[in-house]
Write a protein that binds this ligand. Sequence first.
Ligand SMILES: NC(=O)c1ccc[n+]([C@@H]2O[C@H](COP(=O)([O-])OP(=O)(O)OC[C@H]3O[C@@H](n4cnc5c(N)ncnc54)[C@H](OP(=O)(O)O)[C@@H]3O)[C@@H](O)[C@H]2O)c1
Length: 291
Amino acid sequence: MRILVTGAAGRLGGRLVQVLNERKHIVTGMDIVGENVEKVDVSNFEMACDFITGLRPDLVIHPAAWTDVDGCARDPEKAIIINGFGTQHVALAAAAVGSAVLYVSSNEVFDGTAKRPYREYDMTNPINPYGYSKWVGERSILNINPKHYIVRTSWLFAHGGKNFIQSILTAAKDGKTLRVVANEVANPTYNDDLADAIANLIESGRFGIYHLVNEGACSRYAFARYALDKAGLKDTPVTPISSHEWQRPSTPPLYGSLQNMAGKHIGVALRPWQEAVDAFLEKEGLLAANE
Ligand SMILES: NC(=O)c1ccc[n+]([C@@H]2O[C@H](COP(=O)([O-])OP(=O)(O)OC[C@H]3O[C@@H](n4cnc5c(N)ncnc54)[C@H](OP(=O)(O)O)[C@@H]3O)[C@@H](O)[C@H]2O)c1
C-alpha cells in the first residue's frame, strides 16, 4: 500500500514509518518538525490539502497531534485548531482523492465515570480540552470519510524521548521522593506493540472503531511500582496519592480503561501490559536479572 504517516517525527508516527517500511509498504512521513519528513502543518488547510491530494496515497495514518494535555488545557482553542480542524483537513483531503484514513485517538474522549472498561461504541463525553479536541477529530473523520479507522489508545510508552517509565526510573535513581497518583486508571500501552497492531489492522481492511491497548488496566501508582520492581528498584519507596494532591491544568478521566473488543474479533490484540513493560525494559537494557 502507498501510505502517508502524519506526525512521523513523533513517537508513534516514527515507529509506524519503520514498521510499515519493514512490511514493504511505500511510506511517506510528514510532520512539522524532524528530519527525513515532509514539512506539512495539518492545521493549514491549503498546505495539508495540496500535499495529500498531490500524493494520492491509498491510506493516510494520522497520529499527528498536539499531545501536551496540560498545554491543551491552557490553550483550548489551539488544541481544537490542531487536533480537531487539522484532522478535518486530513479527512477532507483524503476523501477528495479516495484515500482511506486511520485516525489515532485517545481514551480521553470518555468521561471516566464507567464501571467497566469502555467498549468501542460506548458514548463519548470528553471532560477536558485535549479530550474534546480529539473528539472533534473523531467527529470529523466519522462525518467526512466513510473509509476510516479510528484507533483509540492510552498511556503510551515509547523508546526515545519522554515517557512515564523513564521519568519514574530517572527520578528514583536521582533519589527523588516518588509520589504517584493511585486513583487514575488506564491501560499502559507499548508504542512498538501499538504500531504492530495498527499495521495488522490496516492490512485487514476492516474499517471501524478500535481500542488498541495492551491488555489489562492499572493505576499510575501500580504502573510505576511494577516498572521499578522490574528494573531492580524494589527498595525505592513510592507513596500513593490521590489526584487531588497532584494539581495540574488538565483533569484526566479517572477511569480511562479501554476494552479491545473489535480488534480481538478480527485477531488484532496486544499482550498484557506487564509483558509489554518487561519487553520495553529489556530492549532498554534495564530489566533486572531474575525479574
Ligand atoms: N502519548 C500518549 O500517551 C497517547 C495516549 C493516547 C492517545 N495518544 C494519541 O496518539 C497519537 C500519537 O501520540 P505520540 O505520543 O506519538 O505523539 P507525539 O510524539 O507528540 O507525536 C506527534 C507529532 O505530531 C506533530 N505535530 C504537532 N502539531 C502538528 C501539526 N499542526 N501538523 C503536523 N504535525 C504536527 C508533533 O510535533 P511537535 O512535537 O512539534 O508538537 C509530533 O512530532 C496522538 O494522536 C495522540 O493524541 C497518545
